[in-house]
Design a protein around this ligand. Structure first.
Ligand SMILES: Nc1nc2c(ncn2[C@@H]2O[C@H](COP(=O)(O)OP(=O)(O)OP(=O)(O)O)[C@@H](O)[C@H]2O)c(=O)[nH]1
Ligand SMILES: [Mg+2]
Length: 326
């Protein structure tokens, strides 16, 4: 996959150190005797080194938003950016991976399945938000265009001061959508530094379907194979959304539906992602988040925003720190 960010100087230095080490380990200067000794203390040292190289060469520091179709992922990104760049739809809508990054220029780059790159420059447009929304509708919304499914990724750049250099927010197609879009998400997984799962509580309590646990399992497997060495499991965030759709019938003798669902959801999440921090499970209605109006959802969203900014700060240097530490 082509990437449009840049690696930092420190990342480049580490990558070149690894390359030098690899050349030495493969050279005749590294005798069989030394080779055997190293193999004993560090089994498969060349494979481990190759995985390290592959990891430091990843340019994206991706904060990946994932979840079932229609859970509210694109809505969440609109709220984070305080811009309505994605149109909300009830049907499976996002068709491709959308990377959103800070850039002085307002532009959209698309990469087709065959690797062709195209750029749309929107910098001169008067209403940038509308220009982005209209272009993205054509490019990523599968309810409006047949073509969009053929993109491998869409890279969106505009002024987002809180996003640092290579840290990007990644909108993903819904899990449980058509086969091809799930494949795109799985292919991107190893690039993720942190995850935000959006769960639709109306969809049979949110965690009943097998898809989300499937992704969580894939992350664990990638980690075990050492393909995501910089991923921090306890930074994973869960946003439970659409509480407004849960109907509560008041009956003093029983717990109401909302409380029951909340308890069940918390325990389901903990069961599938045991490292989750309780304070990283958020409960809100994304559609009610507003800057003009104070309500529970807005309050909860502000709390989420603080955790997110902390994660972004951590993501900035995490690859360099991890590679130098271990
Ligand atoms: N009732 C209710 N609807 C919401 C809420 N948040 C978002 N929605 C609606 O849910 C629908 C789907 O939202 P999206 O943000 O497009 O969902 P998505 O996860 O990006 O969906 P895909 O891209 O298809 O995977 C839209 O019509 C939103 O307006 C909420 O808190 N309550
Ligand atoms: Mg979407």
């Amino acid at each position: 996959m082509r990437v449009f960010g840049r690696r930092t100087n420190d990342e480049k230095k580490i990558a070149s150190l690894y390359r030098d080490l690899e050349t030495f380990l493969k050279s005749d200067d590294f005798t069989d005797e030394l080779r055997n000794e190293l193999q004993q203390s560090n089994p498969d040292y060349l494979t481990v080194l190759e995985k390290r190289i592959k990891d430091i060469e990843k340019v994206d520091h991706g904060i990946v938003i994932a979840g079932e179709t229609s859970a509210g992922k694109s809505t969440l990104i609109n709220k984070i950016l305080e811009k309505r760049i994605f149109k909300g739809r009830n049907n499976e809508s996002t068709s491709t991976i959308c990377k959103i990054r800070n850039s002085a220029k307002t532009r959209i780059l698309t990469e087709s399945m065959t690797g062709q790159i195209d750029e749309t420059d929107l910098t001169e447009k008067n209403d940038v938000e509308k220009a982005l929304r209209d272009s993205l509708k054509k490019l990523t919304d599968m309810t409006s265009s047949e073509e969009c499914i053929h993109f491998r990724s869409v890279d969106i750049g505009f002024l987002i001061p809180f996003l640092k250099d290579n840290t990007i927010i990644v909108d993903t197609p819904g899990i449980g959508g058509s086969g091809l879009v799930t494949e795109k998400l799985m292919e991107y997984l190893p690039n993720a530094l942190s995850f935000i799962f959006v769960i639709n509580v109306a969809s049979a309590g949110g965690m009943q379907k097998d898809r989300l646990p499937e992704i969580l399992k894939s992350i664990i497997q990638l980690q075990m194979r050492n393909e995501m060495p910089c991923f921090e499991c306890d930074n994973v965030i869960f946003i439970t959304n659409k509480w407004d759709t849960i109907v509560t019938e008041y009956d003093s003798s029983e717990e109401d539906e909302e409380t029951k669902t909340w308890k069940k959801l918390q325990s389901d999440i903990k069961e599938r992602w045991p490292l989750v921090k309780e304070e990283n499970i958020f409960k809100l209605n994304l559609k009610d988040v507003s800057h003009e109006q104070q309500n529970c959802s807005t309050k909860e969203f502000k709390r989420f925003r603080q955790v997110l900014e902390l994660n972004i700060k951590k993501a900035e240097n995490i690859r360099v720190e991890r590679h130098l530490r271990d």
